[in-house]
Design a binder for this molecule. Structure first.
Ligand code: MRU
Length: 373
């Protein structure tokens, strides 16, 4: 898709039709986040309304973009980075005074960076946008706007290209007919194109690997039930939805030969933050002797973060646990609720970390250093 997009629109069209007819991949026609400069908006698919409704939102102000990220209307580590990059670019197109440009950029950047603390991609994307601007000090306002548009597009394209490579490396570790288990959503909706943890599954689907996939529902926001189940089903993959507390049961019955998960921030020693519940799946995989693979772009590796202990874990509204999704509140009023959005899987539980640059095995640090040079 990425290569064709650069060649011509006809090729892109042909590829989409091919995917739709042969591989049933009409899923890829859904666009997670894009900039519409004519409308002056960041356009996202509202992931909180999936799978019931495919609704696109046009977000025009920093406040609307902040809220969409905070409320997980756009979510998934790389997608948050792409949305923030497009978002700040769109907002800055409205600034016409060069004297105000850098000040306003810093204000919007700090504001968007405060929307969610754990996924490093949000910060790296905003830092990249700033670095691109700083290279152009002294340039006119139109040049600065153009630079932001180009950098945001480059971030999205690099993500899409990385996904394809991650899929290829991931698939090299899998065999036809395997049972796979995944947690949360690290697919097309969380990135672009093939996603990360789901990339080997989509590639395998195209190549007739015949995987059977178990999708954890992923309490409390149900990204597995609403998004992964939706994505994989739409792509024609054999997918079975399970509650989070059923993972042990399906593993014990010998139905899972590998676990594939995404990541929000990987520390320099390999400790990995991902959606809450991931570390429990890793402990179970170790117990049952099942390989546990983390898949993500190298932009998710944070060499400034020595171990998982330094990763800031987002805590969210207790109502996500007590009442969201229920027709009436399910817990007693006034109950104390702990609702962390992420947990950290210790590096020792991870069989391999798969990026666009290759496969890292423990100890991870040296490979990461080489990749991040
Ligand atoms: O809170 P979310 O839905 O943004 O959490 C998402 C995850 O944990 C994903 O696994 C991670 O961002 C990787 S997405 C390629």
């Amino acid at each position: 898709g990425v290569i064709c997009e650069e060649i011509c629109g006809y090729c892109k069209c042909f590829l989409l039709i091919l995917r739709k007819t042969i591989f049933n991949m009409d899923l890829f026609t859904i666009v997670t986040a894009r900039a519409d400069y004519e409308q002056g908006a960041l356009v996202i698919i509202d992931q909180t309304q999936l799978p019931g409704r495919e609704v696109y939102l046009a977000l025009k102000t920093p406040e609307e973009i902040w809220e969409a990220i905070y409320l997980l209307k756009v979510r998934g580590a790389p997608a948050i980075g792409v949305a923030a990059a497009y978002g700040i670019s769109v907002c800055m197109q409205k600034v016409n005074e060069v004297d105000d440009f850098y000040r306003e950029f810093a204000r919007v950047k700090n504001y968007l960076a405060s929307s969610r603390p754990t996924a490093v991609n949000l910060f790296t994307a905003l830092e990249r946008m700033e670095a691109a601007l700083l290279k152009c000090q002294g340039a006119g306002v139109e040049v600065l706007k153009q630079v932001l548009r180009e950098e945001a597009e480059a971030i999205r394209k690099e993500d899409a290209t990385a996904c394809r490579k991650i899929g290829e490396y991931g698939l090299s570790l899998l065999k036809p007919g395997m049972g796979l288990l995944t947690h949360c959503n690290a697919g097309h909706l969380a990135v672009s194109e093939y996603g990360t943890a789901l990339a080997p599954i989509y590639l395998g689907q195209e190549q007739g690997f015949g995987f059977s996939v178990f999708a954890d529902e992923t309490r409390p926001l149900l990204q597995g039930a609403r998004l992964t189940a939706f994505e994989l089903q739409k792509a024609g993959v054999d997918v079975t939805l399970i509650c989070d507390n059923m993972a042990s049961s399906v593993m014990k019955q010998g139905w899972v030969q590998a676990v594939l998960v995404g990541c929000d921030r990987v520390a320099a020693n390999g400790d990995t933050a991902n959606r809450i519940g991931t570390s429990g799946v890793a402990v179970l995989a170790k117990y049952y002797g099942i390989p546990f693979y983390v898949l993500g772009p190298t932009s998710t590796i944070d060499m400034d973060c020595p171990t998982g202990k330094e990763i800031k874990i987002e805590e969210r509204d207790p109502a996500e646990v007590t009442e969201k999704w229920y027709t009436r509140r399910m817990a007693p009023g006034g109950i104390h609720v702990y609702n962390p959005a992420f947990d950290v899987t210790s590096a020792e539980l991870i069989t391999a970390i798969i990026t666009e640059k290759g496969i890292a095995y423990p100890p991870f640090r040296d490979t990461f250093r080489r990749w991040k040079e």
